[in-house]
Design a protein around this ligand. Sequence first.
Ligand code: PMP
Length: 351
Amino acid sequence: MPLSVLEEVRDELVCYPGAGASIMEISHRDKRFVDLLHEAQATLRQLLGISDDYEVLFLQGGAALQFSMIPANLLRGTGKTAQYLLTGSWGKKAIKEAKKEGDALSIYDAGETNYDRLPAAGDYQVADDAAYLYYCSNETIQGVQFTDEPACPDSVPLVSDASSDFLCRPLDISKYGLLYACAQKNAGPAGVTVAIVRKDLLQRSPADLPGYLNYNNHAEADSEWNTPPTFAIYVLGKIAKWLRDDIGGLDAMLQQNQQKSQTLYQVIDQSNGFYRGHAQTEARSLMNVTFNLPNDDLQASFIAEAAKHDLAALKGHRSVGGIRASIYNAMPVEGVNTLASFMKDFAKANG
Ligand code: PMP
């Protein structure tokens, strides 16, 4: 979270200006909250250039509920196949849920190389009549990120799990049928998930879906079909404004993110093999820098030593092992520089 946003939230926590109460105490139907919700939607539209052909929905259930909502709305009852590109753990979880809703097929799976790469041209073929093509733009655990949208026929809606790289760079939303992201990486606290849905796709939702699961209900009720996560939406709105006004938009955010990730990848590449990046060079993530040390003992000592320098949360996910430096939008350049110089010192002392 950006420090300036946390400070603003702290200042307004007990009494939201003009409300005489906390934002957590006023009704979600109160005009002051409804205005905040609309403002958050409008700022996201502005940042990403989202046209009126799309709904911007604020949902609950995390990104994980979208693993089910997407096939429930876009696949169930169509008689078609949903096609999935698997470049890491989150894509794998998504297809598992999709299979419960209909015919879901993996057309690319980098599991053999422990998800260290992206598909090259010609590595997969999307059927022209697929229900949709699904991919995860940034695999958080492996640190593998698409630079551009994967090739997809015009007839097939492209669906993206952008949970861990949402708002890290500009996107051309018109290329997508649906793009979603849980907020807790780049867009706010846990509790709200943003789903950007092309309006024509809403016609696919079966009428007998459980109410919460039907995107139409959320679109028609302007994300107030039931009580939305008001506090999370309020903070998300502030982060969107921070990106627009303090950072200067998503082009500027991308520049910072490139600079931050390059700083760490450079240390890895110049370490004479002491640090070994998990992702292949072309697939390296701007958000999650994953790497290994020569052995488990050094890995443990790296984490322990780092903690002494106030460098925390560096342990990689157990499926990949090693180290993961998550450097989301709000991580300051100075934080990354501190880690980079620690890494150089550690390699010098232990290499
Ligand atoms: N997709 C991706 C890419 C993620 O990084 C995560 C969470 N780390 C999820 C899905 C799951 O999100 P949630 O816990 O909000 O369901």
